[in-house]
Design a protein around this ligand. Structure first.
Ligand code: ACM
Length: 537
């Protein structure tokens, strides 16, 4: 099984075999889980699995005295009992049951008549962390709704529970906002894209774009909720906003040339101005976002804001003087606080990359620590919740090997084993701050993933390894290689085009597009320098 459960006891030779007489029923609280499980099992098995639960069937119940996401699964010859601490826990028990069946159960239509036999077993399980996430960048390359729903299914199959959608960036605005239609009419499209990594200055001459209508978003959110995945939206501010500025030039700093939606990778110098009108504009955007996404957390990005335009802007300089701010970092802090307060007024919590720590953010945000464990420690000390996701451990766009065939190799090497070894709690975090680490996420940036097939290649099987790093007890990698090998059979049945252990298949290579590999020692030196700066400030 993967992720590895907390405790598994084989109970001898007694097995349970699903057949035409097998019933599947649930507590009213678990009716949705039962519906999901029936659908998940009946495609490949052809079995009807009718309700209600009867003797000798599968029964789903809730026991609220257990941990909410925990479950207990008991398989005996006389039936299968799944008890969750909540419907989410029962859902994870149901996912584990799927893993106890042959991999063909993951197909959508029968390829075998069975038998669909489950070994006799007792499993007691619960996740190590509450935030088990994956960020998907739909701005650099748009992923149509069907691809997002499919990814939700794959996250849920790995017991992950957060899909962080990076909806806006320099290269595209991907969510319909009724009040500001040009955000998608203009900001949703770009003239072309870079080929390979940015140093090479090559372009494909091919338009790209797309966006989610508000109904598309409602569908994604509802589909994810049925699978106990919370969708956390991100509207990246005040940097990474060139697409928005192209749509509404009054949001920018009037640096002469009109902005076009970005066509190059890397960080744009075009950032939002700090006028009252711009703050109001994004409050309105966030109001529509909050209508669509019920998540407690709302992302405002905050990363990599290039301050050159603010240094040159009379408006920004005046704002700093008026507020008594001592530099552009503090101005960014002020900007972020406007949205922290706005979200808090609606009972939501600000979620952002670790740059939101620049310029004294009041406690009570959730910080995605991407620039190393030292930023996680700094965020925890400053009174925030932390989602661990440093690039050298959790950036799934980074190259999967040092081999010459790796497609568009960027970043440092991040193998499956490296991801499995990811430890979200920094070694030097004081024990009393341990609870501030609410979990971790892996990040799927898509400059170099322009289709569901290439997203699959980057994500799998590393996402499977990540799932275990964030679900299973620390240091419990026992038998991981064998379990992953078995798991690849499930991914095959699901039609996931993962990177094979031996390296990319011929059509997964990109000899036409050069990357920019980085050395781990160089990146770690960079992060260490950053850490010194953070500790001094
Ligand atoms: C990031 O990688 N800019 C969060």
């Amino acid at each position: 099984m993967l992720p590895r459960p907390v405790a598994v006891t084989r109970t001898g030779s007694g097995t349970f075999t699903l057949d035409a007489a097998t019933t599947l029923g649930a507590d009213p609280a678990c009716a949705g889980v039962a519906h999901w499980l029936r659908t998940a099992l009946s495609g490949a098995t052809g079995l009807p699995l009718p309700g209600p639960a009867g003797p000798g069937g599968i029964a789903l119940t809730v026991d609220p005295t257990m941990p909410a996401e925990g479950y207990h699964l008991r398989v005996r010859p006389d039936g299968i009992a799944i008890t969750g601490g909540s419907p989410a826990g029962a859902f994870y028990g149901a996912q584990t049951l799927r893993q106890l069946l042959p991999p063909a159960v993951y197909r959508r239509a029968p390829v075998t008549a069975g038998p669909w036999t489950v070994p006799g077993v007792e499993i007691a399980d619960a996740p190590r962390f509450g935030w088990r996430g994956c960020m998907l960048d739909v701005a650099r390359h748009f992923l149509p709704v069907a691809g997002v729903l499919r990814l939700v299914d794959l996250l849920a199959a790995h017991k992950l529970n957060v899909l962080h959608l990076h909806l806006t960036d320099d290269q595209g605005w991907r969510i319909q906002i009724r009040r500001y239609p040009r955000l998608t009419e203009v900001g949703g499209w770009r003239a072309e894209s870079m080929v390979g990594s940015r140093q090479h200055e090559r372009f494909d001459g091919r338009p790209h774009g797309g966006y989610y209508s508000q109904d598309d978003i409602r569908e994604i959110v509802a589909y994810a909720a049925e699978r106990f995945v919370t969708v956390v939206p991100e509207i990246d501010l005040p940097g990474h906003t060139q697409a928005a500025i192209a749509a509404y030039p009054e949001l920018g700093n009037d640096s002469g040339e009109p902005a076009a939606v970005g066509t190059r990778w890397g960080v744009s110098g075009r950032v939002l101005n700090v006028s009252d009108e711009t703050v109001a504009f994004f409050r309105h955007v966030l109001d529509e976002v909050m209508e669509l996404f019920p998540s407690r957390h709302i992302g405002i990005g905050g990363d990599e804001c290039v301050k050159d335009e603010w240094r040159a802007s009379p408006l920004a300089q005046q704002r700093m003087r008026d507020l008594g701010l001592r530099g552009e970092d503090e101005l960014q802090g002020w900007f972020v606080r406007q949205f922290q307060q706005h979200l808090a007024a609606s009972g939501r919590m600000l979620f952002g990359w670790d740059e939101i720590l620049e310029g004294s953010l009041p406690p009570g945000a959730t910080v995605a620590a991407w620039r190393g464990p030292a930023l996680a420690v700094a965020a925890a000390r400053a009174g925030h919740e932390v989602v661990a996701c440093w690039d050298t451990a959790a950036y799934l766009d980074y190259r999967q090997s040092d081999g010459p065939d790796e497609p568009i190799p960027v970043g440092t090497v991040l193998t499956v084993a490296d991801v499995r070894a990811f430890e979200p709690v920094p070694a030097d975090l004081p024990a009393e701050l341990r609870d501030r680490i609410v979990g971790a996420q892996c990040n799927l940036w898509t400059e170099h993933a322009d289709s569901p097939r290439t997203v699959d290649y980057l994500a799998f099987p590393r996402l499977s390894a990540f799932a275990e790093a964030v679900w299973s007890a620390a240091g419990s990698a026992d038998g991981f290689d064998d379990r992953l090998h078995a798991h690849l059979g499930r991914l095959d049945a699901l039609g996931v085009e993962y990177r094979p252990p031996g390296g990319p298949l011929p059509w997964q290579r990109r000899p036409d597009a050069a990357g920019w590999p980085r050395d781990r020692a160089d990146r770690e030196a960079e992060l260490a320098a950053l850490t010194r700066n953070v500790q001094q400030s």
